[in-house]
Write a protein that binds this ligand. Sequence first.
Ligand SMILES: [Fe+2]
Length: 371
Amino acid sequence: MGEAEFVRFDPLLPEAGAQAMLRLCERFGRYGTYAEEAIADDFGGGLAQRHDAAINFVRTGGRFGRRESVARLAARTNYFRETYAYDRPVVSGIEPFLYHEGFSLAARKIFGRPLVEPNIVYANLLVPGQELAVHTDVPEFRGISRKTDPQWLIVAMHHSRLFEGWRIPIATGVAWFGNPRGGEFVFYPEGSSKPPVALPVRHNTAILLDTDSIFHGVDRVREASAALPDLRPGVELVHAGEGRWRLERDGAVLAHYAWDDLRFSISWKAYCFADEAERRVVHEHSDDLGRDQVLETLVGDLRRRGRIGAARPADPELALAIIDEYIQYPPPASEPQASEVRAPAGKAAQPPRSEPKASEVRAPAGGRARR
Ligand SMILES: [Fe+2]
């Protein structure tokens, strides 16, 4: 677990480069929803991939404990996502972002690992009324990934801290282009029991942090009216030309938007290796974990904690025990206070440059992030 450090960028790119990201978003043109992937396998009795985050969102009503129907909460968090790079650019023009030197330098500094390997860039778009439930991202372990194992299990593995020797640290940069109303980036740099920081979203700024360890989410994008469009899976957000967007399903138009209505972010993820030997172990799979080993370790730990008895529970019960025991979500807060919507102390980074200054990398008092 890295310390809860983060680096901010203001600006991230020269303005022409930032405008190019907006044009790239338009050119890409069509965005589907980030509907949950199919259930990976039967372990857990068919829980959703992010059962942990979904159940917390529904149970608490989100960060502000708002009471709404499950269907409405699901619509709020059914945002739009497409991939701009996967190992290599998927769309031309993303190169200055994928290979951003400031991101790599900041990742080296925060993780203390010199080999930074950018691998994924994706766009998130939220329309008015949408928000992103508080969560930590799905980490990776050697031999365990979202391709083979349920996402809630991988998240719980990291929170248990029982498998850190196999974790592949991943740095995440999040950049914003455009100036939405609301949609603050909320994160908990001092741990889930301490107050969060709500960062207003401003054009051409970014933050880099360990989103696998630090709880984070997106506050609601301001809505002009209470009428949330029908945002069930299957809707698409489509660029309609001249900075206009529309929400579509099966060719029918459900809503119209201007750029200022939307919240557009681009995320950057990079593996952070200590050295070539570590990179080789990862790529050659010479010391991988297996599912049986993971479950045996967790069952042993749950027993030591008195959470389960001598007999191993049935899989669905075991799955819920794992989620409940290890993933400690932040409690919901009251409605936002003026003092809560604040920018963290510390100067913003100015990329590109040789090294982030010490003052720009902040570890809050209290040290390590508790998740
Ligand atoms: Fe995230």
